[in-house]
Design a protein around this ligand. Structure first.
Ligand code: BG6
Length: 478
């Protein structure tokens, strides 16, 4: 008997814009990410798109990426060899609705996903489908400003309905928006937002967030109509925020910082805007425009489960002087926690933080959880004999999975765990290939050179054993 249930969904996760490539194949339109370059060049258009998004760059990593569009059969065979029970991937919105505004879906785009589902069914791998993983069609960004415009809700609903109708007998688990809170941290990819000089950015971000929340409820409504057995989940970029000291003011600062992320799930899971938003919106000078019927939609169509990514915890202080030390290793700024190590990219490593986060989320919502992203971005070396000894990745995953199992033992209901970037893919924040998460190596560098050949890392065999034992080898401390 293991602590995890027999039907625990072990697997891996990817996103279309980071692995498919084939960015214009079979009628696909451009996504926002297709406009982004790699490495240092990426920072300007990502964080200051108003001035840089239409610059010409020398290399766009999403255009070919690891070309999973043409390698999916071999890749899924490798996932099956590892024993995956589930594979989380996203459907590319602009592959199905190239400009976002078409009346009918692009049949050639759908045919690609038909073939992908065929392959997954061959190996009895459960698909976990993200409907929007940072993939707003670029044409919608250019013409109406992405999610700042209410019309995007309608375009998104039409796309989701088309996909859910097509796959109503092939998919059970759907996620509406990847890391919905990212609209506040990387607004370009989170919401297709480009700010105009001098405007109240908080107003734009929270109104776009409202549109995404309403869209999520509309899609949940559609899901209930199309197949009542569908399970719809939200998706949060999680990571508990700790107080810097036990000073009560720091504790209050941590509560407020945590609310910044939980706001989204409070609405998606409980069905209404939490009372703390009154003060928050007053302070930020934000005034959300609700259309008639929005309140009822949010209330009536809440999610069935809570999925989330977890990479790190965070640390805040109430003292502005201390907060001058805030570091932005990833999309979230944090003080440095002296008890934690960091990755090569400055992300703090906190396995116990996963247990803390799981307990907090479960206590707050009492709905099943799903860890749909977790992993270590690191530089891997290929040895002369072709082996890749990524012991650091095994250590990272082992420590996190041990804490995950403890959280389940604490009483948290958990549907599954999908390791992020189970096959090496393009990094979202940096556009690099060298920031690798995979259990499967892909021969491709930061400039697009390489054969794209796949190779198993040491972690491949280790994860296979973890899955085969349903986590029991971790319980035994192996
Ligand atoms: C999450 C995203 O934020 O973190 C993924 O959902 C992303 O798209 C992952 O790839 C890891 O981040 P990065 O920037 O290292 O690729």
């Amino acid at each position: 008997m293991t602590i995890l249930s027999d039907d625990f969904l072990w697997g891996g996760a990817t996103a279309a814009n980071q692995c498919e490539g084939a960015y214009q194949a079979d009628g696909k339109g451009l996504s926002i990410v297709d406009k982004l370059p790699a490495a240092e060049e990426r920072v300007k258009p990502l964080f200051d798109p108003g001035h840089h998004i239409n610059e010409t760059f020398s290399y766009y990593p999403s255009h070919q990426s690891i070309d999973m569009y043409h390698h999916y059969q071999g890749d899924i065979a490798l996932f099956a060899e590892m024993g995956f029970k589930a594979y989380r991937f996203s459907i590319s919105w602009p592959r199905i609705f190239p400009t976002g505004t078409e009346e009918e879906p692009n049949e050639e785009g759908l045919k690609f996903y038909d073939r992908l589902f065929d392959e997954l069914e061959k190996y009895h791998i459960e698909p976990i489908v993200t409907l929007n993983h940072f993939d707003t069609p670029y044409a919608l960004v250019e013409t109406i400003g992405g999610w700042r415009d209410r019309a995007t809700v309608i375009h998104y609903e039409r796309y989701c309905r088309a996909v859910m109708e097509r796959y109503k007998d092939r998919v059970k688990y759907w996620l509406t928006h990847n890391e919905i809170n990212m609209v506040l941290h990387i607004p370009l990819i989170g919401g297709g937002l480009i700010f105009q000089d001098g405007e109240n950015q908080n107003q734009v971000m929270y109104q776009a967030a409202h549109h995404q929340l309403v869209a999520s409820s509309l899609v949940t409504k559609a899901a209930r109509e199309i197949n009542p057995a569908f399970q719809v989940g939200c998706m949060l970029a999680s990571g508990e925020v700790y107080p810097n000291t036990c000073h009560p003011d720091d504790m209050m600062a941590a509560i407020e910082k945590n609310r910044e992320q939980y706001f989204f799930i409070d609405v998606q899971s409980r069905g209404f805007y939490p009372s703390y938003t009154r003060k928050l919106f007053r302070e930020l000078d934000v005034n959300i425009h609700f259309e008639p019927g929005d309140k009822e939609l949010l209330q009536n169509y809440t999610v069935d489960f809570i999925s989330f990514s977890y990479y790190a915890s965070r640390l805040v202080s109430a003292d502005p002087l201390v907060n001058q030390q805030l570091q932005s290793g990833n999309a979230f700024a944090s003080l440095q926690n002296p008890y934690l190590e960091q990755t090569e990219w400055g992300w703090q490593i906190d396995p116990v933080g996963l247990r803390v986060t799981m307990n907090q989320i479960y206590d707050r919502y009492q709905k099943p959880l799903f860890i749909v992203e977790n992993g270590l971005g690191a530089i891997d070396e290929v040895n002369v004999d072709g082996s890749i000894n990524d012991d650091y990745r095994i250590t990272y995953m082992k420590r996190h999975l041990e804490e995950m199992i403890k959280a389940v033992d604490d009483g948290v209901e958990l549907l599954g765990y999908t390791a992020w970037g189970c096959i090496d893919l393009v990094s979202n924040s940096t556009g690099q290939m060298s920031k690798r998460y995979g259990l499967i190596y892909v021969d491709l560098d930061d400039e697009g050179n390489g054969t794209r050949a796949r190779r198993k890392k040491k972690s491949f065999d280790w994860y296979k054993e973890v899955i085969a034992s349903n986590g029991e080898i971790l319980e035994r401390g192996v």
